[in-house]
Ligand binder design. Structure first.
Ligand code: PMP
Ligand code: GLN
Length: 392
């Protein structure tokens, strides 16, 4: 393994999911739903397979039906904010958001460029920035015990920009903290990007999983449409994380650049699923509302369970993750506030798997006492996990 990747090893998600299987634990670690998405969407995939649609290489930018559906989705949910995209020149289909992130970073970064990312950040960001030969500059989201949520220090963000900064890599709603950046925070980020002439790659895969407040696409702020690469995917919105269908929306120039990288990563993404996701995106508003309401109820069940088990809970406004502080459990149980040690011991102790947030930090000490639990699971599974944790 080369020096650029040597520090990364195996992703924590694979490690923890394997641990869950080995110990027969409830897996609240890796974020994937334990029930599949809508039957009619699954049927659409079967139909596409059977009818021979997409069984051979689909077009490089994605099948026209899906590009049109992505553009229609942007128009439907964000058109009132003045955001719309041309399906032929401003939409690119990728193998999940993961490939969209990789292709965007590889296409837009020069070796030595600096990339500002909000820490804690999703684990593929650091690896892809490294593969591009660029440098990551973390700006830490700080937990505020009094408000029970995480905040962005805008001065710290401003101070992080240097002459070498090429882009900001943003994620809202934010994994793992569940923070949804506010209109004011996004406006300040947008102003900074315009002032310092930065690009922004914004990972909005949890755009429909917002329980309080609202998701506002960064690209809809003044001056941002031309400098923003927006990424989303079908995994979270339609509960088909295994299908790996994602997309990028941006100007034709930026899409062209990302496509140049994408064509040599995967060339194209799996065909039949693209037709099915096109149908999924057109589901009525009631689908999206029910998804959100169902997850809000699950959040509340797990948050209550974790609180009564003694964790400090940072109540997420979005995503399907809850970040907790384990220190209130006490020095012995929390292994002196060491989330890694805590998560490695938890399956044996309680039959539950979680993720240590420290993996998402460069400043490991800042992330040490935080542990993430996923709540995209059936309510009875969450209740059982809560009951097990209660006995800790
Ligand atoms: N970004 C974030 C913030 C995520 O949490 C995830 C995965 N769950 C991804 C990207 C990857 O999405 P996909 O599965 O579509 O590749
Ligand atoms: N995004 C999911 C999470 O944060 C997992 C994705 C993965 O396993 N790479 O849990």
């Amino acid at each position: 393994l080369n020096r650029r990747l040597a520090e990364f090893g195996t992703t924590i998600f694979a490690e923890m999911s394997a641990l869950a299987v080995r110990t027969g634990s409830i897996n609240l670690g890796q974020g994937f739903p334990d029930t599949d998405g809508p039957d009619e969407v699954r049927e659409a995939a079967v139909r596409a397979l059977r009818d021979g649609r997409g069984n051979q290489y689909p077009p490089g930018p994605g099948v026209p039906e899906l590009r049109a559906a992505v553009a229609a989705h942007q128009q439907r949910f964000y058109g009132h904010r003045g955001l719309s995209y041309d399906p032929d020149t401003e939409v690119l289909i990728t193998a999940g958001a993961t490939e969209a992130l990789a292709a965007s970073l590889l296409a837009l970064l020069e070796p030595g460029d600096e990339v500002i990312a909000l820490e804690p950040y999703y684990d593929s960001y650091a690896a892809c920035i490294a593969m591009a030969g660029a440098r990551r500059i973390p700006v830490t989201l700080r937990p505020d015990a009094s408000t029970g949520s995480y905040g962005l220090d805008l001065d710290e963000l401003r101070d992080a920009v240097t002459d070498d900064t090429r882009l900001i890599l943003l994620n809202t709603p934010h994994n793992p903290t569940g923070t949804v950046l506010t209109r004011d925070e996004l406006a300040a980020i947008a102003e900074l990007a315009v002032e310092r002439n930065l690009l922004v790659i914004t990972d909005e895969v949890y755009e429909h999983l917002v329980f309080e407040g609202e998701h506002i696409p960064l690209a809809s702020f003044p001056g941002m449409r031309d400098r923003t690469v927006t990424i989303s995917s079908a995994g979270k919105t339609f509960s088909f994380t295994g299908w790996k269908v994602g997309w990028v929306t941006a100007t034709p120039d930026l899409i062209g650049a990302v496509r140049s990288a994408k064509q040599f990563l995967t060339y194209v993404s799996a065909g039949p699923f693209q037709y099915a996701v096109a149908e999924a995106l057109a589901l009525p508003d009631t689908y999206y509302t029910a998804l959100r309401d169902g997850l809000r109820a699950k959040r509340d069940i797990l948050a209550a369970g974790l609180t009564s088990a003694g964790f400090q809970v940072f109540r997420p406004s979005g995503t399907y993750f809850i970040t907790t502080d384990i220190r209130p459990l006490g020095a012995a149980l929390s292994q002196e506030g060491d989330g890694f040690a805590f998560c490695r011991a938890l399956p044996e102790r309680a039959g539950v798997v979680a993720i240590p947030n420290a993996v998402f930090y460069d400043h490991k000490d800042r992330g040490a006492p935080y542990v993430r639990f996923a709540f995209c699971k059936q309510e009875e599974v969450l209740r059982e996990a809560a009951a097990r944790l209660q006995k800790l």
